[in-house]
Design a protein around this ligand. Structure first.
Ligand SMILES: Cc1cc2nc3c(=O)[nH]c(=O)nc-3n(C[C@H](O)[C@H](O)[C@H](O)COP(=O)(O)OP(=O)(O)OC[C@H]3O[C@@H](n4cnc5c(N)ncnc54)[C@H](O)[C@@H]3O)c2cc1C
Length: 367
C-alpha cells in the first residue's frame, strides 16, 4: 500500500515482473524486499538507483521515473529505454545502466533504490487545462500524470501529445488510445517522425512528422494550459521556445531533462547579471582545491561545473540538473546559490551540487 513518509538512504527492492512496452522500452515492476509499505509520490517523480554493475569499480547512479499513477500502488513501475551507442559513433559503448536493466535485470534481481523525489510533478487535483508533451521515452512521467488524472476522476481538459519515430518504438500507444477514447476530457495526438510501412495513420498515429508549435496551436488554440515537457534536448528546446513565441508564459511550462540539462531559453551574461543582481562584469575566483586549478567566474560562465570543465577539471556528474547528487562537493570557503528551482538540496549547507550552482563570492570547493 502507498503511505508516507519515504525512507532514508537506499532500500532494497526486488523485480517482481518485467514487460515489454515497445521494441526499445521495457517496464520493470519493483516491490520492497522488506515487504513494508510504499511511500506515496507525486506523478512525475523519479527513483534514484545505486547500481553495482559487473566490471565497475564504483556504483553507477541513475534516475528512473515512476511510470504509473500512485493510486493503490503495491509496486513501483519503471519504463526504461535501451540506449544504444550514438548513431554517429557506433564504436562507443552503449548506455551502461539501461542495457544492464534490459540484459541482466530479471524477476528476483535486487536493486538499491533511493526514495521518490523531484519537482517535475503534477497535482492531479489542480484546475485548468493541461498539455502533456513528450518525445520518445520522455513519455514516462506523462503516463504517470495521465493515469493520476484519470484515477482522481478529474475533469481537467488534457491533451497528451507525443512524438516518436514509429510504431516499433511507440510505448503505451494502446493504453493512451484506450484512455482518450474512454474520457471526453482527454485527447491524444501521436506523431510518428518516420512511420514504418505497417504503421496505420488514424489507428497507430495521428500525423507524420515532428511535433511542432503549429500543430499544438491547431489542437489547442487556447494558451492557458499548464505544459509539462519532457524529451530529447532538441525536442524540448524547440518546443519550449516556440510555445513562448506562440503566447505561453515561461512559468506555465515545466520541464524535465533525462540527459544533460541546459538552459532552454538562451540567456546572455546581461540576463544572468540582472537575475543575480550582479554587474555584468562581476567576477569571482573559484578554486578547485583537489585539482589545483583556479578560475574566474563571470555571469557568462554558467554553473560551477561548467566553469570547471572549461578549465580542464573533470568532476563527476550524471544528471546535470541537481537531482542525482553525483557532483556533490564540499564547500571549503565562500558562498553559492542554485541556478534553478527543483534542486534536491544536500543535507549540509557545506555541500554544493556544482552542476546547478553558481558562486556568490570567491569560492573554494573540494573538487
Ligand atoms: C529525473 C530523471 C528521470 C528519468 N527517467 C527515465 C525513464 O523513465 N526512462 C528512461 O529510459 N530513462 C530515464 N532517465 C534517463 C536515465 O537516468 C539514464 O540517463 C538513461 O537510461 C541512460 O543511461 P545509461 O547508463 O543507459 O547510458 P549512459 O552510459 O549514461 O550513456 C548515455 C549515452 O552516451 C553514450 N556514450 C557512452 N560513452 C560515451 C562517450 N565516451 N562519449 C559520448 N557518448 C558516450 C552511450 O552510448 C549512450 O548513448 C531519467 C533521467 C532523469 C534525470
Amino acid at each position: 500500500m502507498v503511505t508516507e513518509p519515504g525512507w532514508e538512504g537506499c532500500r532494497t527492492f526486488l523485480v517482481d515482473r518485467r514487460e515489454p512496452e515497445s521494441e526499445t522500452v521495457t517496464s520493470f515492476y519493483l516491490v520492497p524486499e522488506d515487504g513494508g509499505a510504499l511511500p506515496t509520490y507525486r506523478p512525475g517523480q523519479s527513483l534514484g538507483f545505486v547500481l553495482d554493475l559487473p566490471d565497475r569499480m564504483a556504483p553507477v547512479i541513475r534516475n528512473y521515473t515512476i511510470s504509473d499513477s500512485p493510486k493503490d500502488a503495491f509496486h513501483y513501475r519503471l519504463s526504461i529505454k535501451r540506449e544504444p551507442a550514438p548513431a554517429d559513433q557506433p564504436d562507443l559503448p552503449p548506455g551502461v545502466s539501461s542495457n544492464y536493466f534490459h540484459d541482466l535485470v530479471q524477476v528476483g534481481t535486487k536493486l538499491l533504490v533511493r526514495p521518490p523525489s523531484g519537482q517535475f510533478a503534477l497535482r492531479p487535483e489542480g484546475k485548468g487545462p493541461v498539455l502533456l508533451l513528450s518525445g520518445g521515452v520522455g513519455c514516462t512521467p506523462m503516463i504517470a500524470m495521465l493515469n493520476a488524472i484519470v484515477d482522481a476522476g478529474s475533469t481537467r481538459n488534457v491533451w497528451f501529445v507525443h512524438g516518436v519515430r514509429n510504431g516499433r518504438e511507440h510505448a503505451f500507444g494502446a493504453h493512451v488510445r484506450a484512455v482518450s477514447q474512454a474520457h471526453d476530457n482527454i485527447r491524444a495526438h501521436i506523431c510518428y517522425s518516420r512511420p514504418d510501412d505497417g504503421d496505420v495513420l488514424g489507428e497507430d498515429y495521428d500525423s507524420a512528422g515532428h511535433v511542432t508549435a503549429e500543430l499544438l496551436q491547431s489542437l489547442m488554440p487556447d494558451t492557458s494550459a499548464q505544459v509539462f515537457l519532457c524529451g530529447s534536448t532538441p525536442f524540448m528546446k524547440t518546443l519550449y521556445n516556440d510555445l513562448i513565441d506562440k503566447g505561453f508564459d515561461e512559468f506555465q511550462i515545466v520541464y524535465e531533462f533525462f540527459g544533460n540539462a541546459c538552459e532552454l531559453r538562451e540567456t546572455t551574461p546581461e540576463q544572468v547579471a540582472a537575475d543575480t543582481g550582479l554587474a555584468p562584469d562581476a567576477s569571482f575566483k573559484v578554486e578547485f582545491r583537489q585539482s589545483g586549478v583556479s578560475a574566474n567566474w563571470t555571469p557568462g560562465a554558467g554553473t560551477i561545473l561548467e566553469l570547471a570543465e572549461a578549465n580542464g577539471v573533470e568532476p563527476d556528474f550524471v544528471c546535470r540538473s541537481g537531482m542525482c547528487h553525483s557532483c556533490l562537493s564540499a564547500v571549503l570557503d565562500g558562498g553559492f546559490e542554485y541556478t534553478h528551482d527543483g534542486v534536491v538540496t544536500p543535507m549540509s549547507d557545506d555541500e554544493v551540487l556544482i552542476c546547478s550552482a553558481r558562486p556568490t563570492s570567491d569560492l573554494v570547493v573540494d573538487v
